[in-house]
Design a protein around this ligand. Structure first.
Ligand code: FMN
Length: 140
């Protein structure tokens, strides 16, 4: 059994609330069947998503998501085997645009504007975990 956790960042393309709802609905119907959990963060310029679960399932889903035309330039920021899940309560937690982005970005980087492409694996992981704690997304 290989429990893995992957975090990637991508750039959004023509994304509105309807598109976000569609992505979340898909994630919340597909992911539980595969035993996948995670979090999706959105801030109008970027997506950051953590996918956690079995190695094959995480890789398959990432390969499908990477081809999705609703975003571009997906880059894997961190991939590791983990002893336990960080987001086990969520088939896909969602953190939208909020007042938390800038102060939290500043805590983990040198700049106030959030740019996940500038963040290393440990920092993006810690950033996501802390964002989930402060934003406290509804289970979903
Ligand atoms: C940023 C982003 C995140 C996504 N996350 C998920 C996800 O967690 N689970 C999922 O099944 N699809 C996700 N999708 C949608 C997939 O790219 C793809 O449309 C979907 O898996 C196809 O599912 P289907 O074969 O059931 O139609 C995401 C798409 C984008 C753009």
């Amino acid at each position: 059994m290989h429990l893995v956790s992957m975090i990637y960042a991508s750039k959004t393309k023509d994304i509105d609330d309807v598109a976000i709802d569609g992505i979340l609905q898909k994630a919340r119907s597909n992911n539980p069947k595969l035993g996948l959990t995670g979090v999706l963060l959105f801030n109008s310029k970027f997506f950051v998503q953590c996918l956690e679960g079995g190695r094959m399932d995480v890789n398959r889903l990432y390969n499908a998501i990477a081809k999705d035309p609703r975003h571009e330039d997906p880059v894997i920021l961190d991939y590791r085997e983990v002893p336990s899940r960080s987001f086990s309560e969520w088939s896909m937690a969602y953190i939208g645009e909020s007042e938390y982005h800038e102060p939290m970005a500043f805590k983990y980087t040198t700049k106030k504007s959030f740019n996940p492409y500038d963040m290393n694996g440990d920092r993006i992981r810690a950033f996501l975990s802390e964002m989930v704690q402060v934003a406290n997304p509804a289970s979903g």
